[in-house]
Ligand binder design. Sequence first.
Ligand code: ATP
Length: 272
Amino acid sequence: MKSDSLIEIDRVTFGYDARRKILSDLSLRFGRGKVTSILGGSGCGKTTLLRLIGGSNTPDSGEVRFDGEKVDGRDREKMFRMRRRMGMLFQFGALFTDLTVFDNVAFPLREHTDLPEAMIRDIVLMKLNAVGLRGAAKLRISEVSGGMARRIALARAIALDPELIMYDEPFAGLDLISMGVAANLIRTLNDVTGATSLVISHDVPECMAISDYVVLLAPGGRIVAQGVPADLMNSSDAEVRQFVKGEPDGPVKFHYPAPTLAEDFDLKGVAP
Ligand SMILES: Nc1ncnc2c1ncn2[C@@H]1O[C@H](COP(=O)(O)OP(=O)(O)OP(=O)(O)O)[C@@H](O)[C@H]1O
């Protein structure tokens, strides 16, 4: 029987070098058909987690499984098959700037399939329609706005009908309207395609609005909290509250550890 989880992170420890662990003994499950957001401050290992799922990096210990199968970045043939089932939208997911919008979305179809051009055309226009940009098919990338570029990259990421769509900071640098559009799109595409979506982001309200499940990570890949959005929003835990309410100071200190002011400025008789 198939597990309810499309992705299983099982006691994963990983560091880019032996001196510093980025994730330590992390275990997580991502439900099929769900939108899960992974929130956490800069540098806590969110992108690293996506790279481990996509097989770009391999855990030092523990295992990542996709649809019950071990992700093994060293097995190139297996990864090629697996990656076809994953759509990744990276923060700076570069589009080919000298190609048209159409050719950018057609690229993975031409690369990975033997479909005839007439069918590729229909698929590309359908994907562009899904992101509201069918009318922009003939434009060059240099002619589109940042928000549009993000949606084109999304159309390209879903060209091969992936079962898993991973979004790295999908809202970064977008104005509020484009942010709302992007958030709705993630939710709608997830539901109409039956895919499973994984969003990593700093944007708490956007993620809370569209997610079925939210994981809050801290440095070292420590899980601060996980649950449905309402659980996190109503949490009485000080660390969770600081993060979801965006409070500048709390258990996570505003100040990097430092000597006292009195010590640094050689002040006598001043409270620390
Ligand atoms: N290729 C790499 N080589 C060495 N260290 C890296 C590499 N990529 C990331 N790191 C380090 O790993 C840590 C986690 O980075 P990661 O990008 O996973 O964090 P993040 O939570 O996605 O942060 P952000 O929200 O800022 O993108 C950081 O300290 C970063 O400097």
